[in-house]
Design a protein around this ligand. Sequence first.
Ligand code: MCN
Ligand code: MOS
Length: 764
Amino acid sequence: MTVHNMRHGDASDGGADAIGGRLSRVDGPAKITGSAKYAVEQQLEGLAYAVLVESTVASGKVRRIDTAEAEAAPGVLKVLTPDTIISLRTASDWFGTPPPDKPYCPLARDITFSGQHVAAVVAETFEQAVAAAALVKVSYDETPSIVDLSDSKAGDGIPIDAMTKEWGDAQAAFASAPVRICAAYNTPREYQAPMEPHGLIAHWEGDKLTVWEPSQWLDGMARTYAEWFDVPFENVRLVSPYIGGGFGSKALALSHGAVAASAARMLGRPVRLVMTRPQTFTGYGGRAATRQTVTIGADGEGIIQSIVHRGINETSMDGMWVEPLGSVTSIMYATPNFSSKQNVVRVNSVVPGAMRAPGENPSAFGIESTIDELAYEVGIDPLEIRLRNYAEQDPHAKKAWSTRQLREAFAVGAERFGWARRTPEPRSMRDGNQLIGWGVAAGTYPVRRAYGEAIVRILADGSVEVESSSIDMGQGTYTILAQTAAETVGVPADNVVVKLGDSRFPRAGVAGGSRLAGVMTGAVYKAATSALDQLVGLAISDPRSPFHALQANTLVVANGRISSPRGDGPDLSIAKLLTSVGRDHIEATGDTMPANSTAQDRYKNYTTIAMALPHTEGDYSRHSWCAHFIEVRVDEDFGTVRVSRVVSALDSGRLYNPKLAESQWKGGIIMGIGQALLEEGIVDRRHGRIVNNNLADYLVPTNADIPDIEVISVGIPDLHSSVLGGKGVGELAIVGVAPAIANAVFHATGKRVRDLPITLEKLI
Ligand code: MCN
Ligand code: MOS
């Protein structure tokens, strides 16, 4: 097999500034020196502080809220309860489903989970609000709750027919298959745990609302606030220039935001509300706990005949979250017969939410573990069995892949890792009392093509300004948009200022589903191209231009200077040219919308998630792909697992900035190591509370847990996926890490752990 494009993405001519160059994060210095102002760091005149009071039971009704003592406490401005807070209207969901015309109260009387907001205290200072919140006395009529999926009252749940995927006759093919594997896999509740907790400052001026809030989706959140308060969409401004991580948790306006904005409206003062770290475990949903059974029927050569998959995820009592568990199962391997179905089970929890690669992540844990089990059953190398069952086209959509460099990923990864030196038997590799295991697993994430707009301005001093209401939560948007504008216009990246995170800028859809980079580089490329066309057009045709006499067809802009491609005639800075033609700037917009989109289309496309084009639209099925090769060392006596080596080869198409993409991939792999070995929300069965609701008890990896990670790009430009040929990066790399580790643990120990996390008591 030939391996090519291993280093695709190096900008051969434009250096670090060009698209594909390794430019360091342009927002890095501001973040490191502390000059980057986060949402709740805004200093506003008259700022008041709100603190939430949360339910201590998982199910029942609030009998009484005694606020007398809190109201009398020093500095208290208002105690909000369901009886005293202003009434709001129900907002659309994130698919834009028209909301029922009924009131919405962000403080609950009917309790459906522990940690639900039942009251809030607003005071002159934060300390006064904290002290007074402790004085609010809430009594409940508690009713029995279903704390999690293992509760005997939980049942089989509600079938989600839209998730069913079937072809052939999977049951019959399984029954007659010579080799049959059937196993059940569980993943626990997991939490995004961004460094910056959720919070906001809400400020009303008349019926105009400004919200400083970390946000993955300014336009979607602005719509929700506008609908809650029944004001025009244009009246709400969301500001979010810097975000300390989101991982899916900051895409929606949440009930604490409604509380703060209501308080601000009622008091006529700006109000700041910040969640405590424990509140971040129940104020919004993390990844839902899941259960899957995967059965594979195969022949003696390991060729798959049938896959039958059943999945369950938890959702809340009154909200719906579907974690698409069949998403990887249905596309990773070729199979003539397939069946996948999914149910959701209602439990007394906050509604779960999006967390890095929702669906694909737990889905891959199921199928990528099962195929490993099959490999041992038939005695075939786990890498070889994946190649034997390689899907040459999308088995579900029955369409060609736009690009799928997964074979290349397996080959390059195996080579760098040294897979050929692996001895197949479990427990056959050791170093003293450490059992060594090598595991492999693949991952994938769909390409979501959506919408975004940008303005590109060439200013009088020759610098370039980019504006968009998209965001950067650490993934690198500022930097890749600076590179896109720099290369397209022809100026150094230093001369580009990118402004993001303000809903007054041209609109953008959600920074979720690993779509933003493809969308926004496309919009900026288009805007910058038309700004450049205007600049060159002026230089050629304006009688005042020094180039006018040349009668040229075109001119070249590079490194901030404009000249004739033939080398004759003048060579001017952009600034000089603009002065000579009497212009103080040139401005153009660009977007990724279909031509002839109406204003209504635009509103819908930027404020609803469902408007992304399906990844199987047209003739192709579009996905990113990856292969992880992981070494673990398991202490034979203590059962402790250490990940000692990771080599991953990934296909995200063309990379806009390999330095940042590599960092994204490593971040995803680190999160996958946490998921495999450490992360688990533990529920107190008495009142349904999350016991380990802080970063001391909810374990995430530290530096000491993370070995050297080698990531290798095997992508090639994919113009079916985006304007500039990139596919998604942000979510891809977490997918497949946990099964690669579980497979490595099996190779090391001979024990198959099907419940995450793989903690030592499961191994000894
Ligand atoms: N990139 C690239 N080449 C490509 C695609 C992307 O170089 N072909 C790089 C760019 O630096 C780009 C980044 O990868 O900014 C992510 O691009 P993309 O995959 O399009 O993802 P989004 O910009 O839509 O970011 C969201 C994605 C998601 S959905 C989660 S969850 C996640 C993630 O990004 N949360 C993150 N990465 C995160 N990184 C940080 N630091 N913090 C989070 O909360
Ligand atoms: Mo990412 S979980 O889609 O924000």
